[in-house]
Design a protein around this ligand. Structure first.
Ligand code: SF4
Length: 391
C-alpha cells in the first residue's frame, strides 16, 4: 500500500487546481506526404488548413488563462517545419506567449532536413529553440527511397551542419531493419551520424504499424520485414558502436553525448507530468491521462465550436501509476533504484513486481544487485514484449 501521504492540492484565483507540469508537448500535424512506414497523427498535403490549425491551437492555448512557464517544450509532428514561414513565426509567437521556456530550459523542435534552410534556422533560433531533432532516418539513397523520404543524404548533411551553427543541441533519428538494408548499410549510417557530430541519436527498428502503407504491403506479401537475427545484430551494433564514439546509451532507443540527453523525454520516462496541445496530443497530470482528437479537422472543428479537444481520458489509481512508472523507468539504462521508487510512489518494488522481476532475472533479461533493477542486453532486445509483464 502507498506509504506516502498525498498533499492536498491548492487552488488558483479562479478556484482551479494549478497545473504542476513543467513540460509541454505541442503537435503540428502537417506533412508533405505520408511516408510508407508512418501511422502517426498527421494530415498530408493539406497545407491550406495551417491557418485554421493555428487559430484552433490559439484557442486551446488560451484555455491556460495565463502563461505557464515550462522547463521543457517539445514541438513534434507531423513536421513542424512544414508550417509556411509566416505561419511558423505566428506559431512560435503563440508558444512564447503561452508556454514560455525557463531560461535554463530545453526547447526542442522536430524538423525535416529539406526544410531547414537558413530562413527556417534563423526563425527557430530567434524564438529560442535550443534543440533540433532531424528526421534523417538513413544516409543511404536507396534506403531513403524505400522509406519514401523526400530528402537526400546531401541535404541531410547540409541541414546538420546548419543546425550545429545555430542550436546548442542537434539530434538525429535513424531507422534500422529497413527492407533491403544490410548490416553494412546500418554500420555506415551509424558512422556518418557519429562523424557529423550529432549530440544525440535516436535509433528505431522499422515497425509495420497498422494503418501504414507498409503494413498493407506486408499483408499482401509485397514487402518483407528484415530478418529478426539481422535486426538484433543491428541494434547491438548501435549500442557498441555509438558508445565507442562517446554517445552514452541512456534509454532503450536513445544515445547522447554528455549533457545532451533529451530532458523532455526523460521527464516522460520518469513519470513526470506534462501538458499537451494540438491534434492527437496526450497529456498527463497527477494520474489523469487525456488524449485530444486525432483527426486534425475534428480538432479544428471542435475548438471553433467551443468544445473540448479531448477525445479520451482515464484516471489511474496509485497502484496503476506506480506500475506505469516502473514500465517507463525501466527503459532507462540506469534502471530503477528501489529507494527512489518507494519515495516516488509509496510502493515497495518487490511487493508490486517481485515475481516478474525474479522471473526476468532468472531468464537473463534483468540484473538485480539488491539496490537497483535494470534491463540486461538481452532484456533491451525484447523490452517491449517483456515490460508488458509488469502491467
Ligand atoms: S515519418 Fe515523419 S515526415 Fe514521414 S509522414 Fe510520418 S511524421 Fe511525416
Amino acid at each position: 500500500m502507498p506509504s506516502r501521504p498525498s498533499t492536498p492540492p491548492t487552488t488558483d484565483d479562479a478556484g482551479r487546481e494549478p497545473l504542476t507540469a513543467s513540460a509541454a508537448y505541442v503537435h503540428v500535424p502537417f506533412c508533405r506526404h505520408r511516408c510508407g512506414y508512418c501511422n502517426f497523427t498527421l494530415i498530408a498535403g493539406r497545407d491550406e488548413l495551417q491557418q485554421h490549425y493555428l487559430d484552433a491551437l490559439e484557442l486551446e492555448l488560451s484555455g491556460l488563462s495565463r502563461p505557464h512557464e515550462v522547463q521543457t517544450l517539445f514541438v513534434g509532428g507531423g513536421t513542424p517545419t512544414q508550417l509556411r514561414p509566416a505561419l511558423l513565426r505566428r506559431f512560435l509567437d503563440l508558444l512564447a506567449r503561452w508556454l514560455p521556456v525557463a531560461p535554463s530550459g530545453e526547447f526542442s523542435v522536430e524538423a525535416n532536413p529539406n526544410d531547414l534552410d537558413p530562413t527556417c534556422v534563423e526563425t527557430l533560433a530567434a524564438a529560442g529553440v535550443s534543440r533540433v531533432s532531424l528526421g534523417v532516418q538513413s544516409f543511404q539513397p536507396r534506403l531513403l527511397q524505400v522509406l519514401e523520404r523526400d530528402h537526400s543524404p546531401e541535404s541531410a548533411l547540409a541541414a546538420i551542419e546548419r543546425a550545429h551553427e545555430a542550436f546548442p543541441s542537434v539530434s538525429l533519428d535513424l531507422i534500422f531493419a529497413v527492407p533491403g538494408g544490410s548490416f553494412d548499410d546500418w554500420r555506415r549510417d551509424l558512422q556518418i551520424g557519429a562523424d557529423c557530430g550529432a549530440d544525440h541519436i535516436s535509433t528505431y527498428g522499422l515497425t509495420f504499424d497498422k494503418g501504414s502503407a507498409f503494413w498493407s504491403r506486408r499483408e499482401r506479401g509485397a514487402l518483407n520485414a528484415a530478418d529478426e537475427e539481422l535486426e538484433r545484430r543491428m541494434y547491438l551494433e548501435a549500442i557498441e558502436y555509438l558508445e565507442s564514439r562517446g554517445l552514452e546509451h541512456y534509454e532503450v532507443s536513445n544515445f547522447a553525448r554528455s549533457g545532451h540527453r533529451c530532458r523532455h523525454n526523460v521527464n516522460y520516462w520518469l513519470g513526470g507530468n506534462y501538458l499537451a496541445f494540438g491534434p492527437g496530443a496526450a497529456r498527463h497530470e497527477d494520474g489523469r491521462r487525456e488524449v485530444n482528437h486525432r483527426s486534425t479537422t475534428a480538432y479544428i472543428r471542435r475548438m471553433h465550436a467551443g468544445q473540448s479537444p479531448v477525445a479520451e481520458w482515464e484516471d489511474l489509481g496509485p497502484r496503476d501509476r506506480a506500475k506505469e512508472l516502473l514500465i517507463f523507468a525501466l527503459r532507462m539504462r540506469a534502471g530503477v533504484q528501489r529507494e527512489w521508487f518507494r519515495n516516488r510512489t509509496g510502493y515497495d518494488l518487490d511487493h508490486l513486481a517481485g515475481e516478474a522481476i525474479r522471473a526476468h532475472v532468472a531468464a537473463g533479461r534483468m540484473h538485480d544487485d539488491g539496490v537497483t533493477v535494470q534491463l540486461s542486453l538481452e532484456g533491451l532486445l525484447v523490452s517491449d514484449a517483456m515490460l508488458v509483464d509488469f502491467v
